[in-house]
Write a protein that binds this ligand. Structure first.
Ligand code: ADP
Length: 327
């Protein structure tokens, strides 16, 4: 039996994502509205272990909804992988009578929350904050929309140069295990080829089509590659192409960290506000060890364990669209 929640902690963990601040703001303000005390835990699980915890007030989250990053800071925390670390974290929460925890982060952070909630009696609610959109059970994750729009804006600019010079451009976007940023930004910018970890690429077929364009002197081609594609990113793809087409002008552009930062899009602010609000209400209602997802515009509460066990698949529909539109 879980006790009534009176004091809650909120943290951001793992890779930062635009919109995390909007989620913190929603958690703090909804919590205070319901008469809870809300504590901000700094640097994710590290702050829980180090007792780096501050009381949050309504004003603490003023003027942050439009800011990227996270005011609570984030970190990757080795000690939380160990039981002793998690025990210390629990002791620190108990010492302040914190009896509910909201974790904003990606699947790694959820894995940590699953362990913590199995071992200790503090209910956890997860909010999917990741630019990769690789959390099973939700149509949206906080940060994806902003990141993909940043990628689209950058790729459009590169395309102008590519067209002007008749070049092949290989653009690498983020996504070590998940190809959603590459898929969506590639479709939205009219990329001729999109290389993602979830799908095998017929590289010989791709080279044959590029060589054909080279023969026709129409060698303008945009290739969007997820950093975790089967070849190991844009530089590796470049090596393969250069070997077969030594005279072609092929350029590589790695977008890197610009995709993580920046002011969150309207959509990210809205879903972060909505998820943050429901995270607190669901804790109050007695839900625990679930994450708050949105599917078909409805809130869903999915056990954290299911979220980390299942892998998000890219639908056959998208894969067909890519195949047909990018030919
Ligand atoms: P993200 O949440 O963005 O996927 P990470 O995978 O780096 O980021 O995870 C963030 C943090 O969550 C880790 O640094 C660690 O503290 C915690 N974590 C991840 N996996 C586990 C695990 N299996 N057990 C305990 N803690 C974990």
């Amino acid at each position: 039996m879980v006790n009534k929640v009176t004091k809650i902690g909120v943290l951001t963990s793992g890779g930062d994502a635009p919109g995390m601040n909007a989620a913190i703001r929603a958690v703090v303000r909804t919590g205070i509205y319901h008469g809870l005390e809300v504590y901000g835990i700094l640097r994710g699980y590290q702050g829980m272990i180090d007792d780096d915890i501050i009381k949050m007030e309504t004003r603490s989250v003023a003027n942050i909804i439009q800011r990227g990053g996270t005011i609570l800071k984030t970190a990757r925390c080795k000690d939380f992988f160990e039981y002793e670390g998690r025990q210390r974290a629990y002791d620190n929460l108990r010492a302040r009578d914190i009896n509910g925890l909201i974790v904003i982060g990606g699947d790694g952070s959820f894995r940590g929350a699953v362990k913590f909630s199995q071992e200790f009696d503090i209910p956890c609610i997860g909010l999917a904050g990741t630019i990769d959109k690789d959390i099973y059970g939700t149509d949206f994750t906080i940060g994806f929309d902003t990141a993909v729009n940043t990628a689209v804006e950058a790729i459009d600019k590169v395309r102008d140069t590519m067209d002007a010079h008749d070049r092949i451009f290989i653009i690498e976007v983020m996504g070590r295990d998940a190809g959603y940023i590459a898929l969506h930004s590639g479709i939205a910018t009219g990329a001729e080829n999109i290389l993602i970890p979830e799908r095998k690429t017929d590289i010989n077929d791709m080279i044959a089509s590029l060589q054909e364009k080279e023969r026709r002197k129409k060698l303008v081609n945009l290739i969007v590659v997820a950093e975790g594609d089967e070849f190991g990113g844009a530089n590796e793809v470049h090596k393969i192409l250069k070997e077969k087409m030594p005279h072609a002008e092929i350029r590589v552009c790695i977008l890197g960290h610009i995709q993580r930062g920046g002011s969150p899009s309207c959509l990210d602010r809205l879903i972060a506000s909505r998820m943050g609000f429901h995270a607190v209400e669901s804790l109050i209602e007695g839900r625990h060890n679930v994450f708050v997802g949105i599917m078909n515009n409805k809130m869903h509460y999915i056990p954290l364990e299911n979220a980390v066990k299942n892998k998000v698949k890219i639908s056959e529909e998208w894969l067909r669209i890519v195949k047909i539109l990018a030919s």
